[in-house]
Design a protein around this ligand. Structure first.
Ligand code: MF3
Ligand code: CO
Length: 257
């Protein structure tokens, strides 16, 4: 069953989206060479609490951290620990919060200080593929139109989309119907309707699409060891243009007099 959100619920989703996005960008600004992934997780915990929210991930199927932090060939669901981030790494940060009963879910990948041109291209293509997908999130289209547009964009740049993990409906719970794959799977695909809220989240490998899960039971890595990137927004389907709920307001510098 796909839950359509009424006006009040949409307001709740907007508030959760702003908190999730604000925390994500605060955490991204904390990333620097020499910082351990556990310090990043602790920082995320502080920011989430300060905004009056709670982590949607901590405790989910016994997930042990406040956010997911995935480095280089790690695709998603990386677990924080003693690893120190190094210049040249790329780090995927996934932040999901529950705020006043609603969930906001978003992710991005950033270089640690700087990274190789290939890694930067991977990051750019993954982010742009997310916006290609979002552009299809309009009523009348089906979920598969999002999937197709992400996949075509990614593959046209020589990268590959991960099949085993997909985007999802999101609302009062983190994972609702429908699934939102980043590739065309040939299954029947629901029509998009105003009031649907979707987490669209391309996971893109620089090499082959195959992934495996490490012995910790969580960390997903590319099988070929090549880097991977991940971007995610929570999006509301409206009568018109899609509304990105995980937006953060950047304070702008005052205009010169
Ligand atoms: N954004 C991911 C998802 O929607 C994060 C889940 S991490 C978990 O599936 F730990 F909570 F599983
Ligand atoms: Co998600």
């Amino acid at each position: 069953m796909i839950v359509l959100k009424n006006e009040r619920e949409q307001e709740g989703m907007r508030a959760a989206g702003v908190v999730a996005a604000t925390v994500l960008h605060e955490v991204a600004a904390f990333i620097a060479p020499g910082v351990t992934t556990r310090e990043v997780d602790q920082f995320a915990a502080e920011r989430i609490k300060l905004h009056g929210a709670r982590s949607a991930f901590l405790g989910y199927k016994k997930y042990p951290c406040y956010l997911c932090i995935s480095v280089n060939e790690e695709v998603v669901h990386g677990i924080a620990g003693e690893r120190r981030l190094q210049f040249g790494d790329i780090v995927s940060l996934d932040v999901g919060v529950c705020y006043r009963g609603f969930i906001g879910d978003n992710a991005l990948t950033v270089p640690v200080g700087g990274c190789s041109p290939l890694a930067q291209k991977l990051i750019d293509v993954t982010e742009r593929s997310l916006y290609e997908g979002i552009a299809q999130a309009v009523p009348g289209n089906r979920v598969v139109d999002i999937s197709r547009s992400v996949q075509q964009f990614v593959e046209s740049h020589g990268f590959s989309v991960v099949r085993e993990f997909v985007g999802h409906g999101v609302g009062r719970t983190m994972h609702e119907e429908p699934q939102v794959p980043n590739y065309v799977d040939g299954k029947s695909s629901p029509r998009l309707r105003p009031g649907m809220t979707l987490a669209i989240e391309p996971m893109v490998n620089a090499g082959k699409p195959a992934v495996r899960v490490l012995g910790d039971g969580w960390t997903v890595v590319s099988q070929d060891g090549l880097p991977s990137a991940h971007f995610e927004h929570t999006v509301l389907i409206t009568e018109g243009e899609p509304e990105i709920l995980t937006c953060h307001q950047q304070m702008s510098a005052p205009l010169p007099a």
